[in-house]
Design a protein around this ligand. Structure first.
Ligand code: ZN
Ligand code: ZN
Length: 304
């Protein structure tokens, strides 16, 4: 009897625990330098872990603003190797080492990830040797565990399952989205993509879809061929509505906000015209709590 009570207690506890995860948007921007929108980076907290998806410009600063020091991050998943998704990785890695990260940084990403992390270590060889000599830091801990992934389960532990899936960002191939499952809760992060059948497949009825968005005014598109090809490998508001009508997430938050001659309000209005569900514009340091209800708040609200 006592064992049974204990087991029920464990199941209840596990359910309570499994019922909640948090998503913190650290960077909702693009290659465009912006004080409001730093480079792509999204933190997911589940099962006692911090998972970082992409490490764009300024990720370490945004983490600090949220009270998270870089040594607290040791699992990074890259969607693809465009510079705006990786240009904060060196800071996160080396500053985390200076802040005495216990263990190595783990970086999973597409083909090219091994080369990226090995090159970082070469680029920072002087810094690593200075710090080892001066403050006795162990340079072995600057090694990075890298994994080049396909469509697969990239993490499975403590009730958390993370899957990578291919998205459409040609000529960037492969480019991945990620689906994070914890108990009954599911979050999907699109990465950079235009309309993707895999996004539809993996995002059906999820709790939260964090999806990229891009739009340009028809006049600018007509005038600027280069702009047209940039917008073409991202998702426009019309495609976003199509995806959402097929998937119906509890909440959709837009990130990687790439707009030319179109306002954020116009983008949201256009999507909402064609889709009745919940859609919000994402901002840096927006924190989304996902339980029975979904809450949105902004950490460090004095930030722009
Ligand atoms: Zn990008
Ligand atoms: Zn990209």
């Amino acid at each position: 009897m006592r064992t049974l009570v204990f087991l029920i207690f464990l199941v209840l506890q596990n359910n309570l625990y499994a019922d909640y995860m948090e998503v913190l948007l650290l960077g909702t921007g693009t290659p465009r330098p912006s004080i409001e929108r730093f480079g792509s980076a999204t933190l997911v907290k589940a099962g006692g872990h911090n998972f970082l998806f992409d490490a764009g410009r300024g990720v370490t600063i945004r983490l600090q603003q949220a009270g998270i020091t870089p040594n607290m991050i040791d699992k990074v998943f890259l969607t693809h190797l465009h510079s705006d998704h990786i240009s904060g990785l060196d800071d996160l890695w080396i500053t985390g080492w200076v802040w005495q990260r216990q263990g190595l940084l783990n970086v999973s990403g597409p083909q090219g990830t091994h080369n990226l992390v090995e090159s970082l270590r070469k680029a920072y060889a002087a810094d690593i040797s200075y710090r080892e000599k001066n403050v006795n830091l162990n340079s072995d801990l600057t090694r990075i565990n890298s994994k080049e992934i396909n469509e697969e389960i990239v993490f499975q532990q403590d009730g958390v399952t993370i899957r990578s899936f291919l998205v459409e960002h040609a000529p960037v191939e492969p480019a991945f989205g990620y689906r994070i499952e914890f108990g009954d809760r599911v979050v999907v992060i699109s990465g950079d993509t235009t309309y993707s059948e895999n996004i539809v497949k993996y995002s059906k009825d999820v709790d939260l879809l964090v999806h990229e968005i891009a739009a340009a005014s028809p006049v600018l598109l007509k005038r600027n061929k280069r702009l047209a090809s940039v917008v073409a490998y991202h998702t426009n508001p019309e495609q976003m509505s199509q995806i959402l009508n097929k998937t119906s997430p509890r909440l959709t938050v837009l990130n990687h906000v790439l707009l030319f001659g179109v306002s954020e309000q116009q983008v949201i209005a256009e999507i909402k015209n064609n889709y009745p569900g919940e859609v919000a514009m994402g901002y840096d340091l927006m924190n989304i709590g996902i339980g029975n209800s979904i809450t949105i708040n902004r950490i460090n609200a004095e930030q722009p």
